[in-house]
Design a protein. Structure first.
Length: 181
């Protein structure tokens, strides 16, 4: 970030390459629309350039970036610029959550089972209340610490842990039902 603040645009490219996939996936999981997710991603990196001098190294860069991303998404919703089905998702290909469901086998049956598991997980994530879903996605996409998630959600660490425990219980219960309510 120091290099970017010194107007080294190769530093921007490095940050973009590192964070584009998890940010895009985070946006996509919230809006369910690839075009909107791409727009939000572009806007987020534009905001990063615009706000780069305000980063003060008092927190981790990733925490600051995820705060920009989350705030930008909230601003879009508040502005009414996008009427979205906030529970609808289209892909979780890059989710760390999905890795726990993937089979190490690679035959056609295993691929069909993995696709079925992905659909079930998507359906279960859609059932989560927004605060739980947000906590899960910040933990899985950004790999943020509990303290950082608490800062993002304007809550306490114990509340974040509670959100994640309840979300995990709901996801496991839903997955046992095959992804159905």
């Amino acid at each position: 970030m120091e290099r970017l603040q010194a107007d080294d645009l190769t530093a921007f490219e490095t940050l973009y390459m590192k964070y584009r996939t998890p940010l895009y996936s985070y946006f996509l999981n919230h809006c369910g629309n690839t075009t909107v997710a791409e727009d939000w991603l572009q806007d987020c990196f534009a905001k990063l350039l615009e706000k780069r001098m305000s980063f003060r190294f008092e927190s981790k860069f990733s925490t600051w970036l995820w705060m920009l991303a989350r705030n930008q998404m909230i601003d879009h919703w508040r502005s009414g610029g996008h009427q979205l089905d906030q529970g609808k998702m289209t892909s979780l290909e890059t989710d760390d959550v999905m890795e726990s469901l993937e089979s190490p086998l690679s035959g056609p049956e295993e691929h069909a089972l993995a696709a079925s598991d992905e659909r079930a997980l998507q359906a279960c994530l859609e059932e989560l209340p927004l605060p739980q879903k947000d906590a899960v996605l910040l933990r899985s996409h950004a790999e943020l610490a509990y303290e950082d998630i608490a800062q993002q959600l304007s809550t306490t660490v114990s509340a974040v842990k509670s959100l994640l425990v309840r979300a995990k219980e709901k996801l496991l219960d839903c997955l046992k039902r095959g992804g159905h309510a």
